[in-house]
Ligand binder design. Structure first.
Ligand code: ADP
Length: 404
């Protein structure tokens, strides 16, 4: 029995999974999934993990500054795993890496050369890529004998038609790598595989997936493959997010530069950390907080309205790009849990053949559309960790085959 660790490093969090692998292509078996949150200077980090039956294995807050970076967070995770599974040796570590640039359209083994290339994409995903790579470096030190595999959020979108891959700026920029990459690919890959399993006839058709979490994007799929995404060159484009602006007229950047005299770092900070739901509500980036405050707080209401409005616009745009839609899937923390957002997104969408059932939506059932709705509307909890574990399993199988 081989064992794999999956790592998914966000700006201040580290999600992890411990899997049993059957390299003869059986589905990886998640034995432990968890996360460390609030990593960073001045913070009290928190680690939580569950077993396969949902039992809580750890729920622990660390002292202030005890987990000040991702390397330390990984050490804590490893100490916890070693405590639970003292005999287990890891055969593989799978990493979520946000940006694979124009080069990578599939998982790849992390060699020195690959890591060096991936570091060149750090400016394209400044909130994620540096953390992803520091996780990779730390894991290489901790597990020098394990196969290290990178799984890219951009890879699932690499075969977009050219019109969805480019911007209308001079061609040399495209050649330099300024392209519409698209993100959340691991989530979309999981949703596509799950749809193939539970509803193969829907999987064959035209699907729009709304991944609505702290980061949010939408993707159009044809026969299970991505053909269009709301996100572009960086993870800033498309829908507004917790703290990111979403689609923005580039003239606004010129205004910030020329009229406000802002510097590049300042603008980056505004667009990545101070915008989106937080910027509009001036209250919080967290949808639960905004929904709770919406009754009394007009700005919280407006932030939610803007979020919903942009999702609806993107829904129409993707339906047009696909030439119709047979399935809409909601996933991500908001998509999986917010009854209100799902209801508002689908309200008045009868013209698109979409109607949701109030009771099914309220219970967050797998299918929330009415029986008469031409478009099936589903809620599918996403599972990026499983996609990473599958890639680790396949890489091990490939290496075994080459060695045989
Ligand atoms: P990330 O992109 O960091 O992985 P998640 O997918 O975990 O984010 O989503 C986090 C978002 O989901 C937050 O805005 C949170 O408020 C929202 N969320 C989680 N549960 C609920 C809920 N029951 N109702 C509304 N929003 C929720």
């Amino acid at each position: 029995m081989a064992h794999a660790l999956t790592l998914n490093a966000g700006s201040s969090s580290l999600k992890f999974g411990y899997f049993h692998l059957d390299t003869d292509a059986g589905e990886p078996d998640a034995r432990i999934v968890g996360l460390v949150e609030r990593i960073g200077q001045g913070q009290r980090a928190h680690m939580r993990a569950k077993g396969p039956d949902g039992a809580v294995l750890i729920d622990k807050e660390f002292g202030r500054n005890h987990v000040s970076d991702h390397g330390t967070a990984l050490e804590r995770v490893v100490a916890f795993l070693r405590d639970r599974r003292p005999d287990a040796t890891l055969s593989a570590v799978g990493h979520r890496v946000v940006h694979g640039g124009p080069d990578f359209d599939a998982p790849v083994e992390l060699t020195d050369k690959v890591i060096k290339r991936l570091a060149e994409f750090e400016p394209l995903a400044p909130l994620h890529q540096p953390h992803n790579l520091s996780g990779v470096r730390a894991a290489l030190e901790l597990f020098p004998d394990a196969v290290q595999v990178a799984c890219f959020d951009t890879a699932f979108h690499r075969n977009h038609p050219w019109v969805n891959d480019t911007f209308a700026i001079p061609r040399r920029f495209y050649d330099e790598g300024v392209r519409r990459y698209g993100f959340h690919g691991l989530s979309y890959e999981y949703i596509s595989s799950k749809l193939a399993e539970i509803a193969p006839h829907l999987h064959m058709g035209r699907t729009i997936v709304a991944h609505l979490g702290n980061g949010a994007s939408m993707c159009g799929l044809m026969g299970g493959r991505s053909v269009a995404s709301s996100m572009g060159f960086t993870a800033l484009d498309g829908l507004p997010m917790g703290t990111r602006c979403g689609q923005l007229d580039p003239g606004v950047l010129l205004y910030m530069l020329q009229t406000e005299g802002m510097g590049a770092d300042e603008i980056q900070n505004v667009l990545y950390r101070e915008s989106g739901l937080l910027g509009l509500s001036e209250l919080s980036n967290d949808m639960r907080t905004l929904e709770a405050a919406a009754k009394e707080n007009e700005r919280a209401r407006e932030a939610i309205s803007y979020f919903v409005f942009r999702i609806r616009r993107e829904l129409g745009a993707l339906a047009a790009a696909l030439g119709g839609v047979s399935t809409l899937v909601f996933c991500g923390g908001i998509g999986e849990n917010s009854v209100h957002i799902r209801e508002k997104v689908c309200e008045g969408m009868g013209w698109l053949g979409m109607e949701i059932d109030e009771g099914r939506n309220l219970r967050s059932e797998q299918i929330i559309s009415t029986d008469l709705s031409r478009v099936r509307v589903l809620v599918i909890p996403t599972n990026e960790e499983l996609v990473i574990a599958r890639a680790a399993r396949d890489m091990l199988a490939q290496k075994e085959e080459t060695a045989a």
